[in-house]
Design a protein around this ligand. Structure first.
Ligand SMILES: C[S@@+](CC[C@H](N)C(=O)[O-])C[C@H]1O[C@@H](n2cnc3c(N)ncnc32)[C@H](O)[C@@H]1O
Length: 305
């Protein structure tokens, strides 16, 4: 078996998940007649998964995509030494159109730790920041604009659908009331405090923070994450050579359901994993974020398309 390692990124503080599992699937790739194969990393982040792939498989190149300019900067630095083996694009994978077909299409969905941890990005309900939440800060509307623009009913529907939050109606009512009385929230903590207030007192200090689901919902809506995933699932098979692997890591049930459904029903794909691959206990103890990660793999059938 080729070299495997844990991947921590020093200046972009993100621990990549399920790295050994990714490498194990790539080792099973059928040998192609081409000398050089290629992986699209649709969610490059700090370049953790890509770096490991480039080190482990000297015959594999990487096309990396991310919509976050900070991730692009961090990954460009990290992967500099691989020279021409790496091409990096600042784009959403929903707008990307590769010039060549590849052997592997990989996506590690959602947000990175630096996005959450940097107050100024506005994703965190634990450190105060502006209510922004855009992965690409020069595109789309901020969370503060979204909650202002939506009416109470649509806001409740988003919180319910994308956050699976049972108190969605109560939370939406509170948000719209606050906005009409005080104009705006001062930042993420102000909103998180208002959401906590919608929970009964004894449920405010449970294992997960009361704002977790609503923040997830707003983040998904601001970044149109499920629309982007839908387009990746639809276009992905076209980007692959016959027998190429489509590998996706997801972090919540909404995404996983879409991946599972597409890998089971897409006529160009053959499911490789019957059940999702989960992180082992050792990984979860070192990186709690990996607890919710689910990796699924499909193979493109042997027809060109
Ligand atoms: C979990 S992180 C990836 C971490 C990376 N695999 C690593 O090991 O460093 C997810 C990344 O996907 C990016 N992302 C999310 N949705 C995207 C989209 N539609 N297009 C491009 N990048 C996206 C985020 O900006 C974030 O950097």
């Amino acid at each position: 078996m080729k070299e495997k390692s844990k991947v921590a990124n020093s200046n972009f503080n993100h621990l990549s998940v399920l790295t050994n599992e990714l490498i194990e699937f790539l080792e099973k790739l059928p040998k192609s007649e081409k000398k050089i194969s290629c992986m699209i990393d649709a969610t490059l982040g700090g370049g953790g998964h890509s770096e490991l792939v480039l080190k482990t498989f000297p015959e594999m190149n990487v096309i990396g995509i991310d919509q976050d300019p900070q991730a692009i900067e961090a990954a460009s630095k990290k992967l500099k030494n691989f020279g021409q083996r790496v091409k990096i694009h600042h784009a959403s994978f929903s707008e990307f159109n590769p010039l060549e077909k590849v052997e592997v299409l990989f996506a590690d969905l959602g947000v990175s730790s630096p996005q959450i941890d940097q107050a100024s990005r506005g994703f965190s309900f634990q450190i105060d920041g502006p209510l922004d939440m855009r992965m690409n800060p020069s595109k789309g509307i901020k969370a503060s604009e979204l909650i202002t623009k939506l009416n109470e009913r649509d806001l409740a529907n988003i919180i319910y659908k994308y956050g699976e939050e049972k108190l969605s109606r109560r939370i939406a009512r509170r948000i719209k009331n606050d906005l009409s009385t005080k104009g705006h929230y001062t930042g993420t903590l102000d909103l998180a405090y208002a959401i906590s207030g919608c929970y009964p007192a004894k449920a405010r200090h449970g294992r997960i923070h009361p704002a977790t689901r609503t923040f997830q919902a707003l983040r998904i809506a601001v970044n149109k994450e499920l629309d982007a995933l839908e387009s990746l699932l639809e276009n992905g098979p076209k980007w692959l050579n016959p027998n190429g692997l489509f590998i996706i890591i997801s972090f919540h049930s909404l995404e996983d359901r879409m991946v599972k459904n597409s890998f089971s029903t897409n006529e160009h794909l053959v499911k490789v994993t019957k059940k999702p691959i989960r992180a082992k206990l050792t990984e979860v103890s070192e990186n709690p974020r990996s607890k919710s990660a689910k990796l699924r793999v499909a193979r493109k059938n042997n027809l060109n398309y």
